[in-house]
Ligand binder design. Structure first.
Ligand code: DX5
Ligand code: ZN
Length: 239
């Protein structure tokens, strides 16, 4: 499924937690309708962030859909609580589970749009059944754990491969790129095939979150416009 725009989902990880209401308002006024929430458990990744109660509080503040990215071990233990708290999309890491299928089913049965996140070093081989059951696939362009890291350009060929595979197989999930997205890197990410650009530091550390959202969206549109030109960006072999 190809779209005519690339959505920007600001990651609240880099927002001012003491004034989340204003931070959310700023990006929603710039046209955002999806907020990315990074859940970290201090185990699957070295950092700790939000739990389901926080997702519930954000749900009350936001008019956007919530895209909840679980960077946690044993996601099956908490999935229901995160969905009940107000996740519209919920993703967990393929690296964190033995079998993703039952969890995707559970999340869908609870009323969320389920998906998986894939680390930079994880290949797409052997994931066909999992991908077929997803509404959203998050391609990590940083190693998860922290905001503000640099975009890993070597993941771009994998994003394009996923985009091509989706067309080939007739799958309908959305592709999200997460990590190091800014007004420069958004272009190549969108060109490679993503529908949603997550951006944390580039939005909330910019001094003008609304303007940053608009700039990233514009860069995304430029990339989308070049998508048919397969040589617009050099595709290095996956590193
Ligand atoms: C990384 C998180 C990302 C992160 C993106 O562990 O999953 O969502 O917040 O932040 P930036 O855009 O700052 O890389
Ligand atoms: Zn994330």
């Amino acid at each position: 499924m190809d779209t005519d725009r690339v959505r920007v989902a600001p990651s609240l990880l880099s927002a001012d937690f003491a004034d989340l209401a204003s931070e959310i308002k700023r990006v929603e006024e710039a046209g955002v309708d999806l907020l990315h929430i990074d859940v970290m458990d201090g185990h699957f990744v070295p950092n700790i962030t939000f739990g389901p109660m926080m997702v519930g509080a954000i749900k009350r503040l936001a008019s956007s859909d919530l895209d909840v990215h679980l960077m946690i071990s044993e996601p099956h233990r908490y999935l229901d609580r995160f969905v009940e708290a107000g996740s519209d999309y919920v993703t967990f890491h393929v690296e964190a589970v033995g079998e993703a299928g039952p969890l995707l089913e559970e999340a869908r049965a609870l009323g969320a749009r389920p998906g998986v996140a894939v680390n930079p070093a994880t290949g797409l081989e052997g994931l066909d059944d999992v991908l077929a059951a997803c509404d959203l696939v998050v391609m990590m362009t940083v190693n998860p754990g922290f905001g503000g890291q640099a975009f890993m350009r070597e993941v771009v060929p994998k994003i394009r491969a996923l985009y091509d595979l989706r067309a080939e197989r007739g799958w309908e999930f959305e592709i999200e790129v997460d990590g190091g997205v800014n007004a420069e890197t958004a272009e190549v990410a969108a060109w490679a095939g993503c529908d949603i650009l997550v951006a944390g530091a580039a939005v909330f550390k910019s001094g003008d979150p609304g303007r940053a959202v608009r700039e990233i969206a514009r860069a995304g549109l430029r990339g989308l416009g070049k998508r048919g030109d397969t040589s617009a960006f050099p595709l290095a072999p996956p590193g």
